[in-house]
Ligand binder design. Structure first.
Ligand SMILES: [Zn+2]
Length: 79
């Protein structure tokens, strides 16, 4: 049986369908007995689906957006 650490190391490959049949069986077996890793895989899958839906934003743009939001928040708390 895989340890949780080994399981986590395989999870992105598992979700991408990159594992061999044997490794996939090992992962499935671990998930069957480990609720923590089941939750982890579920979150990874959700995150992957969310990231695919997001438009790609350049980091510089993101910074200025965050800065503007913070400025607006501090301004509204003053009044
Ligand atoms: Zn586990």
């Amino acid at each position: 049986m895989l340890t949780c650490k080994q399981q986590v190391a395989r999870s992105s490959d598992y979700l991408d369908g990159q594992l061999t049949f044997r490794e996939r069986l090992l992962v499935r077996h671990h998930l069957l007995f480990c609720p923590n890793c089941r939750r982890f895989i579920k979150q990874m899958r959700l995150l992957g689906a969310t990231l695919k839906k997001l438009p790609e934003t350049p980091p510089a743009d993101l910074d200025s957006t965050v800065e503007r939001m913070m400025r607006e928040r501090s301004r509204s708390s003053e009044s």
